[in-house]
Ligand binder design. Structure first.
Ligand SMILES: Nc1ncnc2c1ncn2[C@@H]1O[C@H](COP(=O)(O)OP(=O)(O)OP(=O)(O)O)[C@@H](O)[C@H]1O
Ligand SMILES: [Mg+2]
Length: 155
C-alpha cells in the first residue's frame, strides 16, 4: 500500500438530505488542493457523490471510507442494510426503487451505480436481500508529464 495523502471515514445517516453530498464535496476540495489531475477529480467526485447519495436514499445508514494515494483513489462503502435483492437489475441503467418523494427531489433516475462503474477502474459490489451492501471502487490517477505528483501535504 502506498502512502495515504488524504483519507476519511464518515458515517452517513439514512434520509439525511441536509448533509447529503458533504463528504464527496470535502474530498473533491482536498483533491483540488493536492493538485490532482482534473479527470481524476471529476471521476472521483461523480462516483463518490452517487455512492454517498445511495447511502442516504436507499440504506439504513453506513460507513463511507476513502483513501487517496498518488496513483489511486479507493473507496469502501459499507451499509447496514436493507440490501439489494437483485444486483443485475440494480446495475441496469434506469432501474430504480426510489419512491416518488425521492424522485421529486431529483434522484431516482437509476443511473447512480452504472455511473460509479463507468467512472471507476475497479468496481465491486456485494449484497443480498436483508444483507449489508458493500461497494468498493477505485479510480486510477494518471499524471500528465508536466504535472508534479504530490509527495507531502501539510494541512
Ligand atoms: N446501498 C443500497 N442499499 C440498498 N439498495 C440500494 C443501495 N444502492 C442502490 N440500491 C438499489 O439499487 C437501485 C439502483 O441504484 P442507482 O444508484 O443506480 O439508482 P437510484 O439511486 O435509484 O437513482 P439515481 O442514482 O439515478 O438517483 C436503487 O434504486 C436501489 O433499489
Ligand atoms: Mg443512486
Amino acid at each position: 500500500m502506498g502512502e495515504a495523502l488524504y483519507q476519511g471515514r464518515h458515517f452517513v445517516q439514512a434520509g439525511d438530505f441536509v448533509h447529503a453530498g458533504e463528504i464527496s464535496t470535502q474530498l473533491k476540495n482536498a483533491l483540488k488542493k493536492l493538485g490532482f489531475p482534473q479527470p481524476a477529480i471529476r471521476r472521483a467526485s461523480i462516483a463518490s457523490y452517487e455512492a454517498e447519495i445511495n447511502l442516504v436514499i436507499h440504506s439504513k445508514g453506513g460507513w463511507f471510507q476513502y483513501r487517496v494515494e498518488a496513483d489511486r483513489i479507493e473507496f469502501i462503502v459499507r451499509d447496514v442494510g436493507p440490501g439489494i435483492e437483485n444486483l443485475d437489475l440494480a446495475m441496469k441503467e434506469g432501474w430504480s426503487t426510489a419512491t416518488s418523494e425521492v424522485r421529486e427531489m431529483g434522484f431516482g433516475a437509476g443511473m447512480g451505480l452504472p455511473n460509479i462503474k463507468r467512472n471507476s477502474d475497479r468496481f465491486r459490489i456485494s449484497s443480498g436481500k436483508g444483507a449489508q451492501t458493500i461497494l468498493e471502487f477505485r479510480i486510477n490517477v494518471k499524471w500528465p508529464g508536466d504535472k508534479k505528483m504530490p509527495v507531502y501535504l501539510d494541512w
